[in-house]
Design a protein around this ligand. Structure first.
Ligand SMILES: Nc1ncnc2c1ncn2[C@@H]1O[C@H](COP(=O)(O)OP(=O)(O)OP(=O)(O)O)[C@@H](O)[C@H]1O
Length: 268
């Protein structure tokens, strides 16, 4: 895949941080090279501490790479922008705004008139299955519903890519699985390019067209796995195909998780 056809290019990106009081540097991620195609659903999976949040901060334009570069539609990312929608583990909804007004938030920043904002917000409320909940405040919604609002809010300003940082990690297993289905449906409907970060192997296999397996710190791409499974059946997660992919990714991650745990214990 060449740089010109990629929606999002992460080109040989490394990030180091100074270790306070030592004069030394910690390499959080090293030589990460990922090209995400337009409309692709790419999942990053890696052990704790491998630099997933560091990479997301770089993609969000909150920090800059120590080496390498990040391009969106061929243009270097130079700061935060509405061309990237970010959905976090914690819903980050404004508690004093209703679901509809939370979704309208990004549209206000874009300067859209009130009527248009409302129409767009209602469209995305419908897309995430919350048409009847427009007037509810976040504390009146379940965790799964709040995350649906967060997804709707990110989609409403029509970003070029959707960056998702363990968005379902705080939800119970059943809600998580139903939101995974919803997300696949939304992805098919909107054709958005999605980069999804997770610890979960099942989640990675279920959602990703392609899964990038990361190493323990410093985070590097160990390998890419193309996931080609039939998700149209009743219980995809129990299929033989699914189990084979899960085992393959588990095998790739297993050693990395052990290495990460040893490092944590040794505080290195
Ligand atoms: N601002 C910073 N200054 C110094 N070190 C940092 C900074 N941010 C992250 N690190 C270090 O970089 C490494 C990667 O951290 P990061 O939070 O990106 O990992 P992660 O994969 O998101 O972790 P987790 O899965 O546990 O959330 C860690 O060792 C962390 O301590």
């Amino acid at each position: 895949m060449t740089g010109t056809t990629s929606k999002l290019s992460i080109e040989h990106v490394s990030k180091t941080f100074p270790i306070r009081g030592t004069g030394e540097q910690l390499t959080a991620i090293e030589d990460i090279d990922i090209r995400v195609a337009e409309g692709e659903f790419l999942v990053l999976v890696g052990p704790s501490g491998c630099g997933k949040s560091t990479l997301l901060d770089l993609l969000g334009g909150l920090t800059t790479p120590s080496t390498g570069r990040i391009l969106l539609d061929g243009v270097p990312v130079s700061g935060p922008g509405l061309d990237r929608g970010i959905v976090f583990q914690q819903y980050a909804l404004l508690p004093w705004r209703t679901a509809r007004h939370n979704i309208e938030f990004g549209l206000e920043a874009k300067g859209l008139p009130k009527k248009e904002r409302r129409e767009i917000a209602d469209h995305y409320l419908e897309l995430v299955g919350l048409s009847g909940f427009a007037e509810r405040y976040p504390h009146e919604l379940s965790g799964g519903m709040k995350q649906r609002v967060a997804i709707a809010r990110s989609l409403a300003f029509d970003p070029e890519v959707l960056l998702m940082d363990e968005p379902f990690a705080a939800l119970d297993a059943q809600t998580r699985e139903s939101l995974q289905d919803e997300l696949l449906r939304i992805w098919k409907t909107t054709g958005k390019t999605i980069l999804f970060i997770t610890h979960g192997i099942d989640e990675a296999v279920y959602l990703g067209q392609r899964v990038a397996v990361l190493t323990s710190r410093p985070g590097r791409v160990k390998t890419f796995v193309d996931v080609d499974i039939d998700r149209s059946g009743e219980d995809t997660r129990s299929s033989e195909q699914f189990r084979e992919y899960r085992h393959r990714i588990w095998s790739l991650l297993h050693g990395e998780v052990e290495r990460a745990q040893k490092k944590e214990i040794a505080h290195v």
